[in-house]
Write a protein that binds this ligand. Structure first.
Ligand code: ADP
Length: 537
């Protein structure tokens, strides 16, 4: 027979205490977890603060808890949330000057501070909370980005001794609240930035449509909705090429996207509107490296600019025409005068040649101006494949005699096999003539002028070099402006200041560029560089 063992009451009591202790620990952990879960899920700061206040009170057996934040502008600690207090310190927030009361010690020490009996040190209580009759308090600093930003406090209206675990729980929850406050601040900053961007996008006059990397529309602003009579809710989420854009624009976009790196283009819609489209990649940084994440298309209605351009061209053409007539009359009158002269004096001849030079200069100016206007407005310009070799030959034939007149040597450095060029041969030949004419004008008698032509896989270069006057560096930056003439040559050589502006414009129309290398006294080298890949004009 077994003897019934007497119950060990000590052991039972010990077990019971242990169970209670474990339960307490579980409760503490679950309080911290609750706050952590709320912090990670809710961006509503009030919910987080109230959860934290409830959580500390559920595991620390005192009556009240509170959260105060540092206001850096006024240097005060401001009560933001409370639970269980006798008075309301939040509706009209209680403000404690920094450095006062127990909170002052907590912030200075950056540590949890507890007191089980405040009456032992009246300095701990600030006058503002005097009426509360607090007996015991524990306060933990809250951190964000390594800085103390406020205080989480618990308080008791009876003397109370806080144990170590309670202090640890208070500290842990204070840290969670600090994190929540930081998240809320970041969220608020991002949200206000987002809303600012949204306002800018919506209020801009340009139409904007953006897509993701797959070409699905993810944004369309009000200007685009108005311009194309679209509704954003019908368009967002749809592939770009299925939305009801004008056919000419859709074709332009399709062509641009078919290229390696879409850029911009102008398009005339059947409605008569002119649009300028610019397509840019949306770059997003992943791990510090920018990656393309979609496209943004900005469309500007440039109808008024095109109209102004047309009006300007018309005005210049009319003005040129009106000027040409009296010039022609003056020229024939001068010629008749010359013929009727029996014995002109040296002064007569001098006056006559001044008048002739003036008329010729005026004629050149009108011609150049008309050329430039025509070119820039795109009238009379077409890109067609042609043989550049023939163009160079013609230039050599035309200029050879001119150079000979001043004993200038003409050297040709033309590669034997040059590719076909897609461009406007007439304009390119005019541009080359301008360069050769300048080389001739700004190089003394007996000088050397070299014409180069060579190509690589990507581009064809036609260059003109002389060993003449050269151009000072400050003038080089302005050479291609309309009517600019460098001071050192201005008075000695006749010109309109439009020749290089025409060359630059011709190059731009061909998506090419013009480059200059020069130094005073060492001659000049002008290079016209034309891309060889198919052009999309
Ligand atoms: P211009 O009718 O005056 O020649 P351009 O536009 O052709 O007008 O040239 C602008 C200015 O650039 C000229 O006035 C001249 O000062 C300078 N320039 C152009 N080509 C040369 C060159 N080959 N050598 C020296 N100066 C030059």
């Amino acid at each position: 027979m077994h003897k019934v063992q007497p119950i060990d009451t000590n052991l039972l009591a010990h077990n019971h205490n242990l169970t209670l202790e474990i339960q307490r620990r579980v409760d503490q952990l679950s309080a911290i977890n609750t706050v952590a879960a709320v912090v990670s899920q809710s961006l509503d700061l009030n919910v987080t603060l109230q959860t934290a206040l409830d959580a500390v009170l559920s595991v620390i057996d005192v009556e009240a808890s509170g959260i105060s934040l540092i206001d850096e502008q006024t240097n005060e600690l401001v009560m933001r949330a409370q639970r269980g207090w006798k008075n309301d310190f939040v509706t009209t927030p209680m403000r404690i000057p920094m450095g006062h009361g127990m909170s002052g010690y907590v912030i200075a020490a950056n540590e949890v501070i507890v007191t089980s009996d405040v009456s032992k040190d009246p300095r701990l209580i600030v006058p503002a909370v005097g009426e509360e009759n607090i007996q015991a308090m524990a306060m933990a600093p809250m951190h964000a980005r390594g800085k103390v930003i406020g205080i989480l406090s618990v308080l008791s209206y009876e003397p109370y001794v806080f144990d170590e675990q309670e202090i640890a729980v208070l500290r842990a929850i204070a840290d969670q609240v600090g994190l929540a406050l930081d998240n809320a601040r970041l969220y608020e900053a991002t949200r206000s930035q987002q809303s600012r961007l949204h306002t800018v996008l919506q209020s801009t006059a340009d139409a904007i449509i953006s897509t993701d990397a797959q070409g699905t529309v993810n944004l369309i602003n009000q200007a685009a909705e108005r311009l194309f009579d679209l509704r954003s809710n019908q368009v967002i989420g749809q592939p770009l090429f299925t939305i009801a854009l004008p056919i000419e624009l859709r074709d332009g976009l399709a062509e641009a996207f078919a290229a390696d790196m879409p850029g911009g283009f102008d398009v005339l819609l059947s409605s008569g509107r002119f649009l300028s489209a610019v397509i840019s990649p949306v770059l997003v940084a992943f791990d510090g490296t920018p990656q393309q994440n979609g496209w943004v298309i900005v469309l500007q209605d440039i109808s008024h600019i095109k109209e102004a351009e047309r009006a300007r061209l018309q005005f210049i053409q009319t003005a040129a025409h009106d000027l040409r007539n009296p010039l022609g009359v003056t020229l024939s009158a001068l010629t008749m005068l010359q013929r009727s002269w029996k014995e002109p004096t040296a002064t007569d001849r001098e006056v006559f040649s001044i008048a002739m030079r003036g008329v010729n200069r005026m004629q050149d100016l009108i011609d150049d101006l008309l050329h430039l206007e025509k070119l820039e407005s795109g009238v009379d310009f077409a890109l067609i494949p042609f043989d550049i070799g023939e163009l160079l030959q013609n230039a050599v034939q035309d200029f050879g005699p001119t150079l000979e007149q001043r004993n200038q040597q003409f050297l040709l450095q033309i590669a034997p096999l040059l590719p076909m060029v897609t461009g406007d041969a007439r304009w390119l030949s005019r541009a080359l003539a301008n360069l050769l004419s300048n080389a001739h004008k700004y190089t003394p008698d007996g000088g050397l002028i070299t014409l180069y032509a060579y190509a690589d896989d990507e581009s064809l270069t036609v260059a003109v070099q002389d060993n003449g006057a050269g151009i000072p560096p400050d003038a080089q930056a302005r050479l291609f402006e309309r009517f600019y003439r460098a001071r050192h040559t201005e008075n000695q050589v006749k010109g309109t200041g439009l020749g290089l502006a025409i060359v630059k414009s011709v190059m731009e129309k061909h998506h090419g560029r013009i480059e200059v290398q020069s130094a005073p006294g060492e001659g000049s080298l002008f290079k016209m560089i034309l891309p060889l890949q198919p052009l999309d004009v």
